[in-house]
Ligand binder design. Structure first.
Ligand SMILES: [Zn+2]
Length: 327
């Protein structure tokens, strides 16, 4: 009798736990824009989200303004070592049910992938022809580890994405059916005269993609940072090119929140809710996942279904993923 009682209590408890687990599990999220980088403790600074809400004044003959601003109550802590970053990031991915498209340092990327293969989709970035020959690039993609090409960031090199020096690389991606993420637009304060001398704001214009897209009709690209702040060109480009998507990475946690929501709302209002991908541009702050997801979850002008499209469904379609694998 007692045994039966114990057993049924146990079964009851067990079914309660299973139920609790199921209801607690968060719907899946795909973050299409993560940077795997070696943590340099000397440079890995803490960060206040939305720090660009107050562009510092300055003078070229004085000390340059700092890129980050630490004037907030609760700055996001930078990881202090590669291991700390990996542990904190992968723990956050489990807890928040996030899968990440990640590019950057090959060793770090392999470490993350080996620790959590279902959470990482490796991506191979190239931004100028000196980094890798076309043949080496093609061999790397054919090796099977890399599923995506990105972040391609010719803007920092002073190049248009349609520059012919990159054309053969896009041709490889087109031939192999590999989707490509291209940095267009935002760079933060003083990118051209403080941080990256070859950077040009004008080389982030979404229209600069048109010639390259015309040469590669089967290429699938997404515009990283959604061409911020050039919303009109972005909308016109997406209208003219039916397969172009955008991601929200970077600007959603660095620029002022009203500005971000105005930009996102405009993209959705213009009819492109099915072409927006969620991304963070995560570097060394593991807690940035929560901060960035919160921006979408708190967007009261989006329906639940529109949020799910941005956080998951659009990426499944764009990257040809199997949604059932995320259940
Ligand atoms: Zn970028």
């Amino acid at each position: 009798m007692k045994h039966t009682y114990l057993l049924s209590s146990f079964l009851l408890l067990f079914s309660f736990l299973t139920y609790a687990q199921e209801t607690d599990s968060r719907p899946p999220i795909i973050d299409v824009h993560v940077h795997a980088m070696k943590v340099n403790p000397a440079f890995a600074s803490d960060m206040c989200p939305w720090f660009l809400k107050n562009m510092p004044g300055g003078d070229p003959n004085g000390p340059p303004p700092s890129f980050m601003n630490l004037d907030c109550v609760d700055p996001l802590k930078a990881a202090k070592s590669d291991q700390e970053m990996q542990d904190a990031l992968l723990e956050a991915c489990e807890r928040l049910n996030v899968t990440m498209v990640a590019s950057g340092d090959a060793q770090i990327l392999h470490n993350w992938y080996n620790a959590a293969p279902t959470r990482i989709i490796p991506s191979l970035g190239i931004s100028n022809a000196d980094q890798m020959t076309v043949k080496a690039f093609e061999d790397s993609l054919k090796g099977g580890f890399y599923k995506v090409m990105g972040e391609v960031a010719p803007q920092y090199q002073g190049l248009s994405p349609s520059d012919m020096s990159l054309d053969a690389y896009f041709g490889v991606a087109e031939k192999l059916g590999v989707p490509v993420g291209i940095h267009m637009g935002t760079g933060g304060n003083g990118m051209a005269n403080i941080t990256a001398p070859n950077y040009r704001a004008s080389l982030g214009r979404p229209f600069l993609l048109e010639d390259m897209l015309a040469r590669h009709p089967k290429l699938k690209i997404w515009v990283m940072h959604a061409g911020y702040p050039m919303i009109d060109e972005m909308i016109a480009l997406m209208g003219a090119n039916a397969y172009v998507y955008v991601d929200l990475a970077g600007f959603i946690w660095s620029y002022p929140q009203d500005e971000i929501h105005m930009y996102l709302k405009r993209l959705v209002q213009a009819g492109f809710g099915k072409r927006i991908l969620y991304g963070t541009d995560l570097m060394v702050w593991p807690k940035l996942l929560e901060t960035s997801i919160g921006v979408i979850e708190n967007a009261d002008y989006l329906s639940y279904d529109q949020k799910r499209d941005i956080l998951f469904n659009n990426a499944v379609r764009f990257f040809n993923l199997d949604a059932s694998k995320f259940e």
